[in-house]
Each structure stands twice: as structure tokens, then as C-alpha cells.
Design a binder for this molecule. Sequence first.
Ligand SMILES: Nc1nc2c([nH]c(=O)n2[C@H]2C[C@H](O)[C@@H](COP(=O)(O)OP(=O)(O)OP(=O)(O)O)O2)c(=O)[nH]1
Length: 224
Amino acid sequence: MASDSDIPPGLGDVKAQVYAQGGNEHEWRPFKHTRLYTNAFIIEGNKLLLGFKKRGFGAGLYNGFGGKVEPGETPAQAARRELQEEAGIDAPLEYAGRLFFVVTGVESVFDIRIYVAREYVGVPTESDEMRPRWFALSEDSLYARRLAQSDPQADPPIPGQVAPPVPSVDGDLPDIPYDQMWADDIYWLPHLVRGGCFVGRADFDEGNVMRRYWFGSVPHCKGD
Ligand SMILES: Nc1nc2c([nH]c(=O)n2[C@H]2C[C@H](O)[C@@H](COP(=O)(O)OP(=O)(O)OP(=O)(O)O)O2)c(=O)[nH]1
């Protein structure tokens, strides 16, 4: 376990096993206001549903479905609402992790609760904000070995878990488009797919550049 002093500020009182950290800034940036967000991923067999963000923050990138937690909502309620609004589907979402991002030029800090479901109801449908698309969850796609070569820690084991083999995909779905996603996603998406829980923080400059990052796995998924 990382000692408490290693856990980046913002992640609260959590016990985590660090598996990746780095960047060229040596101090965590100070922050004042945090804002709660959600982000939800749907897995069906060996496929992963992402949405192409058409407008707003992160436009032009693929991501899970989500947005701001509104007053009076729990993060879990917000995650389900956003999934419905952005992708037209409902799903029994389960909490998978928490991410904390400080972004140059954005006054409040992103405190994001991540969810996953392995079943859903409805038909993924394009909305004003997102265009849903399925991607392959083959071993190569998930771990993006080409991209990860320079950073072997991007493919960490989950303590206490034996990694199940990720089945290969029939058909010709595209690989997970890590080069069109937020730069941090490659560090935790494999954990999510394999059923692990995680926490992490990254301090970003504009242009999707991580200046300092830290990711850890946590033994138990706790969230609301
Ligand atoms: N995977 C991933 N998701 C991120 C990162 N940074 C970040 O904000 N997100 C997610 C959190 C939210 O799901 C989404 C940003 O929320 P949003 O701006 O779309 O919020 P919203 O839908 O409430 O916005 P709006 O209706 O007010 O336009 O992007 C990141 O580094 N990785």
C-alpha cells in the first residue's frame, strides 16, 4: 500500500497500491473548488461502448458517458441520468473508481466517479453531445501494446486478482482509440475492464498533456 503521504491531495482518505506515476512536474498543483462529475462505461461481451464527444469540454475525444452531478443527485443517480441523456440507454452501473483532474485554464477541479455496467437496456443512440460507437476489447486493443511500449507500468497487475484472459474479438471492430481519448485513460481502463477498482490524479496542461500523474488500485470498490 502507498503510505498516506503518497496519495495525491484531493483523493481523500483512501488506501491504494500505486501502480503508475510520473510526469515532469514535481509538486501537485494547488486547487480551490472541486466539481463532481460522472463517467460511465458499458461492456457487452468483448465490446466496449464509447461515445465521440461532439461539443463542449473534451469535444473530439472518445469517452464514457457522463457529466456534472446536479444538486440533489447522488453520483450514481447522475451517472444513470447522463447515460440515458447521452446514449439513450439504461444500465445497472457499478462504481469502479475515482479520478481527480486539475486542468490549466479550468477553475474548478474535476472529481470524477467512474462506473461500469456489463449489461444495458435500450439501443445506443446518438445525442446532441455524444455519438456512441463499439470498440474491440481484444487483449491487444485493451492494452494498446504499441502505445504502452514506452511505459510498461501502463499495464499493471491488479493485486489479489488473477487477470482473466481477454477474449479475442470476432469481426472488425476498431481497437480502443487511446490516441483520441484523454491521456490518462490508458492507465485505468484496463483495470475497469478486468473488474478492478482504482483511484488516480493527473494535473493537465491544455491540449490533453499530463504534467504529473499518479494511479493506484484499491482492494474494495466503495462509492455511491
Ligand atoms: N475518461 C475521462 N473522462 C474525463 C476526463 N476529464 C473529464 O472531464 N472527463 C469526463 C468527465 C465527464 O464525464 C465529462 C465532462 O463533463 P461535461 O462537460 O460533458 O459535463 P456535462 O455533460 O454536465 O456538460 P454540459 O451538459 O454542462 O455541457 O468528461 C479524463 O481525463 N478522462
